[in-house]
Unconditional design. Structure first.
Length: 46
């Protein structure tokens, strides 16, 4: 039972790592001012 939990946890961690790596390759780096842009957009729509 402990072996299954260990393998499952390791598999989930590896899968998550691949998802994040692929997302960074596809989308590029996150913009530095994203939070400020969203806040200003929300204020201008109200």
């Amino acid at each position: 039972m402990k072996l299954g939990a260990t393998l499952g946890g390791a598999g989930n961690g590896l899968f998550g790592w691949f998802v994040i790596k692929a997302g960074k390759e596809i989308l590029g780096p996150a913009p530095e001012q994203w939070a400020e842009d969203v806040a200003s957009d929300l204020q201008s729509t109200n």
